[in-house]
Write a protein that binds this ligand. Structure first.
Ligand SMILES: NC(=O)c1ccc[n+]([C@@H]2O[C@H](COP(=O)([O-])OP(=O)(O)OC[C@H]3O[C@@H](n4cnc5c(N)ncnc54)[C@H](OP(=O)(O)O)[C@@H]3O)[C@@H](O)[C@H]2O)c1
Length: 253
């Protein structure tokens, strides 16, 4: 059975730890985190440590730590014989400081510690320097999810960029919507069905086809009224997005 060391105690690390501990096909032998208290709750299920010199030898080392720390921490464990992978969408595989046995195991989803998620349908993007290691990552990924993709570093960078648009920016727009509701004594939940239907439409329609609203209709009168109701900062965002929608074409922008 493949043995695994997971490094990290944050959002993704917590989710991955839980799913790996509950998976029959692998053995999560140890967890490392710089701050031991953040992984204390796993102590009964596996070995925990905050000392990199204490790590046992395992088949795979999964780095679930901040992007900025990946280079440094991978250098500190570069002498290990096992396969070392990071989980970042933004970084190339080559950021890992060990020699040949390196790879990437990137689950394409938004993970927050507080929100439970099933891994079943989460796309897992894998990459490895050696074909044999890609097979190992494929075996691990298929234990967790039905959706496994071979994605190289360049493609993953583009996926990450696209993900910022469809997740982070959309999420920020939810915040703006919530602020507008809050300041006008309107329950934010009133927008929930609209939020859900907007996302559901992506299962059957292309984004351009699904678009409605004043910008798509080129209803300049309503657009001007909306702008007059916005603060300066929100008006800037409104104007950029409205202009982009007006200019957009069905084949893309
Ligand atoms: N969250 C997501 O939705 C998501 C999705 C896909 C991929 N990822 C990737 O997963 C990785 C972790 O992201 P996250 O959101 O889980 O981060 P996070 O919740 O902010 O956790 C950060 C982790 O990095 C550790 N860390 C930070 N600086 C360190 C250093 N200098 N040395 C050692 N450890 C250090 C922290 O240790 P302490 O606890 O000691 O501070 C903590 O364990 C990133 O590469 C990210 O790109 C995240």
């Amino acid at each position: 059975m493949m043995t695994i060391t997971l490094l990290g105690g944050g959002n993704l690390a917590n989710h991955l730890t839980n799913v790996l501990l509950n998976s029959n096909g692998c053995d999560l032998s140890q967890i490392y985190n710089r701050s031991i208290e953040k992984i204390r709750h796993f102590e009964k299920q596996t070995k925990i440590t905050n000392n990199l010199d204490d790590l046992r030898d395992t088949d795979i080392y999964i780095l679930c730590i901040k992007d900025i720390a990946i280079k440094e921490v991978s250098a500190k464990i570069a002498h290990k014989e096992g396969l070392i992978v990071h989980t970042s969408g933004a970084l190339a595989m080559e950021v890992l400081q060990n020699n040949l046995r390196k790879g990437v195991f990137y689950p394409l989803q938004t993970f927050s510690k507080e929100k439970n998620l099933s891994f079943d349908n989460i796309p897992i993007c894998i990459e490895a320097a050696r074909p044999k290691d890609l097979e190992i990552l494929h075996s691990l990924a298929t234990l967790l999810s039905k959706k496994v993709y071979n994605i190289n570093s360049l493609q993953r960078k583009k996926i990450h960029l696209a993900a910022v648009f469809v997740n982070n920016f959309v999420n920020h727009l939810y915040s703006i919507g919530k602020d507008i509701c809050d300041t006008n004594n309107i329950p934010f939940e009133i927008l929930q069905p609209l939020i859900e239907e907007t996302a559901k439409k992506m299962n059957t329609l292309a984004p351009f086809e699904a678009q409605t609203g004043p910008a798509r209709r080129k209803d300049y009168k309503t657009i001007e009224i909306h702008k007059s109701e916005c603060s300066e900062e929100i008006e800037t965002i409104y104007t950029v997005l409205t202009d982009a929608i007006i200019k957009s074409k069905s084949h893309g922008n």
